[in-house]
Design a protein around this ligand. Structure first.
Ligand code: WT7
Length: 650
């Protein structure tokens, strides 16, 4: 089987890898059998503490008493670890390379400059009234100031809650309200793929929601100089509040378990959850995974294409790289603008050595063939990563051969917003690769497979992926709703962390992630709950019911297929088709726009009124000869009707 082929791992990184296979196995063993010793040692080696910890792991997955604490009596500051401690040795080295959407725009920020900017902005935030422990919402474009704002929050002990700039005003308002963010930081406009994104206008619209009245101030960065509306009681310019501030600001000593940030993510039910990460364990885990997964060496130029609005942007664009004193590239644009060679061109321009991107970007470039590498050498690359969704072996091979010229090991990193950092991944120099497999667990991570009844499956098997014990980067709670945290992650298979993913383990013990086993979609690496899209759809005045399922999509991985029943008297039309798509964009954002609308007369329901999604999935993917048992339906004739209607779905 070609997918089982083992790839050489040391082709280009010969002798100076951080780890070999035996070292990985030894360290892994220690991390599992003696977690206190293992993490205690690495915690003090990799981070600077204001007050050292005396306790390391104190965690419980016991039903009803889930509690996760790491380094609980230690004090540290994240921005001091990401900036201050590097100044003496590498103050003049570049911390952030900014590459604009326009290929002619770029800039560099040294660690010294980053220090000054962060201190000034920290002082500005304090002057705005931001207090330790308060939540600050960031709705920012991909500019260095996004990282500056994050780090400034951590410096003064404020908790950031970043909302991806592609989310709609409605979605933004929901997150501001749930997290109780009295402060919002944004920009006049963002720029992506040659087009403007009206960030400030979106904030204005979000804050029209009467439940957002508690918002005290909106800090606006001038990115494009585009025109914006101004509310003098509330809005301040970034440059106005920052320019006269002192260029130093003492880092606030934070307890390891103090909240660091909230990040919203979708689940199978209800509204998006505010995933809460804390200070010490998260930072150690981001720092250590960055170092070993990307085999980081001083001098590397590291480029992660993720947006700061996602967890990858938190852990592997900002915190992991900067805590290691690395040079990280922050890219404002998209991998295929102005042409599909852009990603390769940026690699050459900045001599990128480590590239971390997503399967959806790889597939989109692969569809353009050689145009994606035209006129570029990419010879600086030595390691390439993939994240966000399963990478199909075909895309893996293309990435390996065409982008990496068969020189660079690929690290297919499996993790989640909830896990804070990478849990299952190859390590360059240590792990033989199999295209499509995330391979083996990182230190301290104990994955297992269980069947639907919770029986542990041994050896080569396929089942639900669970994690048996805690690791330092794990989320601590759902913001404001600890019960939901326990319910979502610790009740299905009590005593373990439920990932929501399915996986297969092969005879070599390698893991192959098969995708979500719950009602969560992964569209272009963006995670969305079917329930969330459905509730946006039924909020439309003409829609009576909706059911959403995922269907395979060539580039996006999954596409969104929406079954819609209209209110009595309403007619499906081309106009309504457009209107409904625009509606979802408005309610959630462009990433949630359905790919296909299926006007249904009725949905298949059990006698107790439960929608049978299994049947809807089969119909959407044309697997109508394997519909399974339909006899429990209240009205089995609905199925034939749906199959008939399918020809009009578009
Ligand atoms: C879900 C988490 C991890 C940061 C970006 C996404 C899927 C993620 C992989 C991978 C197969 C993957 C899983 C996971 N996923 N990485 N390498 N192979 N699947 O974070 O939005 O929290 O989504 O993304 O289904 O549960 P997220």
């Amino acid at each position: 089987m070609s997918e089982q082929k083992l790839y050489p791992v040391k082709a280009n990184i010969a002798d100076n890898c951080l780890l070999n296979d035996q070292q990985y196995l030894d360290m892994y063993q220690e991390s599992i059998t003696q977690p206190d010793q293992f993490w205690g040692k690495h915690g003090s080696e990799l981070l600077d503490w204001i007050q050292p910890y005396t306790k390391v792991k104190n965690t419980s997955y016991d039903p009803g008493h889930v509690s996760i604490k790491w380094f609980e009596d230690g004090l540290l500051n994240v921005s001091a670890n990401c900036i201050d401690r590097h100044l003496q040795e590498r103050g003049d080295e570049v911390a952030i390379i900014w590459e604009g959407d326009n290929p002619e725009e770029d800039s560099k920020l040294t660690y010294n400059e980053l220090y000054q900017q962060v201190c000034k902005f920290s002082n500005a935030l304090k002057q705005q009234g931001v207090k330790k422990g308060e939540v600050v919402c960031l709705y920012m474009p991909m500019v260095p100031e996004a990282a500056v704002a994050m780090l400034a929050c951590t410096r003064i002990g404020a908790v950031h809650s970043i909302v991806f700039g592609g989310f709609s005003p409605e979605a933004l308002a929901g997150r501001i309200i749930d997290s109780n963010s009295k402060y919002v930081i944004t920009a006049d406009e963002g720029v992506r793929g040659g087009r403007g994104v009206p960030l400030k206008a979106n904030v204005d619209q979000a804050l029209e929601n009467p439940d957002c009245e508690f918002v005290k101030s909106v800090v606006v960065l001038k990115r494009t100089g585009g025109e914006v509306n101004w509310n003098a009681n509330r809005d301040v310019w970034w440059h106005d509040i920052t320019e006269n501030q002192a260029a130093d600001c003492p880092p606030e000593p934070m307890n390891a378990e103090d909240p660091l940030f909230i990040l919203y993510t979708s689940g199978s039910t209800g509204k998006p959850k505010g995933v809460l990460h804390t200070t010490g364990g998260y930072l150690l885990y981001a720092t250590m995974t960055f170092r070993y997964v990307f085999d980081y060496h001083p001098g590397d130029i590291y480029w992660c294409t993720a947006d700061v609005g996602w967890i990858t942007g938190h852990s592997y664009l900002v915190y992991g790289p900067l805590a290691n004193g690395a040079t990280t590239i922050l890219f404002e644009g998209v991998p295929n603008y102005p042409t599909s060679a852009r990603m390769s061109e940026v690699c050459d321009k900045h001599q990128v050595t480590i590239l971390y991107t997503a399967p959806t970007a790889i597939r989109a470039l692969m569809a353009q063939g050689d145009a994606a590498v035209q006129g570029t050498s990419r010879s600086s690359l030595r390691i390439m990563g993939s994240v966000g969704e399963p990478i199909n072996p075909e895309a893996w091979e293309w990435y390996y051969r065409t982008i990496g010229d068969e020189r660079c090991p690929i690290v297919d990193t499996w993790w989640q917003t909830e896990t804070g950092g990478i849990l299952i991944t190859p390590l360059p120099g240590a792990t033989a690769l199999k295209p499509g497999s995330a391979t083996r667990p990182f230190f301290g991570v104990q994955p297992a497979l269980v069947d639907n009844e919770g029986n542990v499956l041994e050896g080569a098997a396929e089942g639900n992926l669970i994690i048996k014990d805690s690791w330092p980067g794990q989320m601590r709670t759902v913001y404001g709703d600890h019960e939901r945290f326990e319910q979502t992650y610790f009740s299905t298979f009590p005593g373990t962390y439920t990932t929501g993913d399915g996986a297969r383990r092969d005879e070599d013990g390698y893991f192959w992630i098969t995708g979500r086993v719950d009602d969560v979609l992964n569209v272009s690496g963006h995670r969305m709950g079917t329930a969330e899209i459905e509730s946006a759809l039924v909020a439309h005045p003409k829609i009576s019911e909706a059911a959403v399922v995922g269907v395979p999509h060539e580039i996006k991985g999954q596409g969104i297929y929406a079954y819609i029943t209209l209110n009595a008297g309403e007619e499906a039309s081309a106009e309504l088709h457009k209107e409904v798509k625009a509606w979802v964009r408005k309610e959630i954002g462009p990433i949630a726009t359905p790919d296909i609308l299926h006007w249904a007369e009725a949905l298949p329901k059990t006698r107790s009124g439960k929608i049978m999604r299994r049947i809807l999935r089969k119909i959407a993917t044309n697997e109508t000869d394997s519909l399974g048992d339909t006899s429990t339906l209240a009205d089995p004739s609905v199925v034939d009707k749906l199959i008939e209607e399918k020809s009009n779905a578009a």
